[in-house]
Ligand binder design. Structure first.
Ligand code: NFS
Ligand code: SF4
Length: 683
């Protein structure tokens, strides 16, 4: 017994030591998060930041070469310490090579990611159809302009021929029902093509057709990955990557794109608006409700419910001054983009939000919700409310209030009421960090069109012109998660700042967008401070931030559409692969990020991931992703954990494309004239 006690003591001391060793400043660059990590330690509340110290990743899994696809394994094939000399003889029991194993694991990540985005899209399509058929009172077709714009892509006519051969507008309700039906059919379709894929630039579409990678139906391609990666099926990594491409295109140009389209029609296409970001948006004297997860179906209703006078009254009755909504993860982005609801934080801040002691309810739906929020909440009065039958939490004391699109508003009211009633139960001292940053968000690809082109000549021409004349060096899509294996927001902010400093305009979504918001990069004023002279000039002239917030992760489809629009506007080549663009996910962690990365690559974009990529244990497969794919798609994968090198790899690729387009000289002239101008000004 005595020895047991001694052991416990040693453990406790070691634990203490660890806590002291890793200072919050090494865990994040975000001041609000630093304060809350500190606070969690004071209160002895364990968070992911502590667990990241006590549990290190597995050296074999991290290389992508652990296979557990059958009960003869797990077969583990790490690279030998001395590297591979001569022939690579590593094999699983069945003979699977490291290439096969890593490619199968990679493919399953694509499948899971594409499934997550696309199942979200399916939910939207179902609700859309219910709204179009008027089976629910709670959702309505809001943005009829966008409906008319997308209908032809779904093969739905927007006009009809009248009795005398005249062209008449079709009934909008009829159009909506047909679009809903056609959209929903894309999931279960067995043959043919997912219809929205045709939106890609023609040469891209033709290339995919030639390669045979156009998805037949969204679900089908995901299921086929699961089949092919079952024990003893597809054992050719190149062939597996082809199937990854089909499923990833089914996500980016299918499931995600349809989700974005239909959400815009239901809830309105986003246009620029002001708001603020970081934990400082929470209010001591208000009922604070955090909406966390991904689907706007739920959060849209909660936004409405929280605005009801009866809710405000109830809040006052309970001693609060009002109700403060704030978002975490992509739900945050959805309600920010359309309603200006402030961002509480990104993925790694979900536990920290609860640590403020000010969150009366955290309402979650699907994806990126850490099970540990349930445990952290137990140390506070916070109620965690799950709402989706797909996503329940067994840990802790979690409330489940199921959300149904047919009774959506009633469900939302119940949720808001539960949060309000919990306000008087706050038990611990409330400590809210005083950090919140101003931001401008809402740059749908339609909004960029409008903003850059002006009211009367909405177009992408000014953007193209500024790329051609060299003021803007190129475009970067920087997206993705936080990852507890790297300092929170550090990779995001270092990379984005390095890009804009070198005149690369940044399009952002997901948790990168939230990181940029917190760092003040989503304001027009930041252009002067952080941008190179060319980009600063454009931002100041047009009044836009150098980093354009385009929405949630399913809205990466907006980036694809923006790139397509740039191609179609002309002067920068005939395909996305010819554009001076690059993609990046500096702190990725989710399987969705892999699906996104792969559809960017297949669309012709050089795409760099930070932190790590589970392919390093399979050199031939890695080479295929990093090098050979460029020959096939004009886009390829890369991995670079060092943020500055990461940014410069992207810039080098952008410069390579400028050179191929013959516009590299223009940039030299612009920069020269800027320098000349400065000299003149100084004189
Ligand atoms: Ni995207 Fe959005 Fe964030 Fe990563 Fe998760 S919230 S869907 S997956 S963690 S960016
Ligand atoms: Fe091992 Fe092959 Fe089974 Fe994988 S599929 S666990 S490599 S025997």
């Amino acid at each position: 017994m005595a020895t047991e006690e001694a052991k416990e003591k040693v453990k406790a001391i070691a634990k203490e030591k660890k806590k002291k060793v890793v200072s919050p400043g090494d865990l994040t660059i975000d001041p609000a998060s630093m304060k809350m990590i500190e606070r969690s330690r004071e209160l002895d509340v364990e968070t992911i930041f502590d667990r990241a110290e006590t549990m290190k990743p597995c050296n074999i899994g991290i290389q992508g070469t652990c296979c557990k696809n059958c009960a003869q394994g797990p077969c583990r094939l790490p690279l030998p310490k001395s590297g591979i000399q001569g022939e690579d003889t590593r094999k699983g029991l069945c003979g699977a090579t490291p290439e096969t194993i890593a490619a199968r694991n990679f493919a399953r990540m694509v499948a899971a990611g594409a499934a997550a985005h696309s199942d979200h899209g399916r939910g939207v399509a179902e609700t859309f159809l219910a709204a179009a058929r008027k089976e629910t009172q709670d959702y309505k077709i809001k943005d009829t302009n966008k409906l008319l714009e997308i209908a032809p892509d779904f093969g739905v006519d927007i006009t009809v021929e009248g009795e005398n051969g005249e062209i008449l507008d079709r009934d909008i309700d009829e159009i909506a029902v047909e679009v809903g039906e056609r959209a929903l059919a894309q999931w279960g379709q067995q043959t043919g093509e997912v219809c929205t894929v045709k939106r890609a630039p023609a040469p891209r579409y033709e290339l995919w057709k030639k390669l045979g990678v156009i998805p037949r139906g969204i679900d089908r391609e995901i299921v086929e990955i699961m089949h092919r990666t079952h024990m003893g099926v597809d054992q050719d990594y190149e062939n597996l990557v082809m199937q990854c491409t089909r499923a990833a295109i089914a996500d980016g140009w299918g499931g995600s794109m349809i989700a974005t389209d239909l959400q815009d029609v239901l809830f309105g296409c986003p246009y620029p608006l002001k708001s603020s970001a970081n934990l400082g948006v929470l209010k001591q004297d208000h009922v604070n409700i955090i909406i966390h997860g991904h689907e706007p179906l739920l959060s849209e209703m909660i936004v409405q419910a929280a605005e009801l006078p009866e809710m405000l009254e109830l809040a006052k009755e309970k001693g609060a001054k009002g109700i403060q909504l704030a978002g975490i993860c992509c739900t945050a982005n959805e309600i920010l983009m359309r309603h200006g609801v402030p961002l509480a934080g990104n993925y790694l801040q979900q536990e920290l939000a609860i640590v403020t002691g000010a969150v009366d309810a955290m309402v979650v739906d699907v994806q990126c919700i850490m099970e540990s929020v349930a445990n952290v909440a137990q140390c506070f009065h916070t109620k965690i409310i799950t709402t989706n039958p797909r996503a329940r939490i067994a840990s802790g004391d979690v409330l489940h209030i199921e959300f149904d699109e047919h009774t959506a508003f009633e469900d939302a009211k119940k949720i808001v009421r539960t949060a309000i009633e919990n306000f008087p139960n706050r038990e611990k001292e409330v400590i809210i960090p005083d950090n919140d940053s101003d931001l401008i968000a809402g740059f749908s690809y339609e909004a960029i069109n409008y903003h850059l082109g002006g009211t009367f000549r909405a177009s992408y021409t000014p953007l193209n012109d500024n790329i051609i004349n060299g003021r803007i060096r190129g475009i970067a899509g920087v997206v993705g998660c936080n990852n507890a294996r790297t300092s929170l927001d550090s990779g995001h902010i270092t990379i984005v700042k390095e890009l804009i400093k070198h005149d690369v305009i940044v399009l952002t979504t997901g948790c990168n967008a939230i990181a940029c918001a917190k760092a003040g990069l989503l304001t027009p004023e930041s252009a002067k401070v952080f941008c190179g002279p060319g980009l600063a000039e454009v931002c100041e002239a047009v009044g836009i931030p150098p980093v354009l917030h385009m929405g949630s992760c399913v809205d990466n489809s907006r980036i694809l559409m923006a790139a397509t629009k740039v191609v179609k506007t002309g002067g920068l080549g005939n395909d996305i692969s010819e554009l001076p663009v690059a993609g990046s996910a500096p702190e990725w962690m989710s399987e969705k990020a892999i699906s996104i990365g792969h559809y960017f690559v297949a669309s012709g974009v050089y795409t760099v991931f930070g932190v790590t990529l589970p392919v390093s244990g399979a050199p031939k497969f890695e080479h295929h992703l990093y090098k050979e794919l460029e020959q096939i798609y004009g886009g390829m994968w890369d991995m670079e954990p060092d943020p500055i090198k990461h940014a410069h790899k992207m810039i080098a690729h952008i410069d390579k494309k400028r050179k191929a387009l013959g516009i590299d000289r223009a940039r030299e002239r612009v920069l020269m004239s800027m320098a000349d101008r400065r000299e003149l000004e100084a004189a």
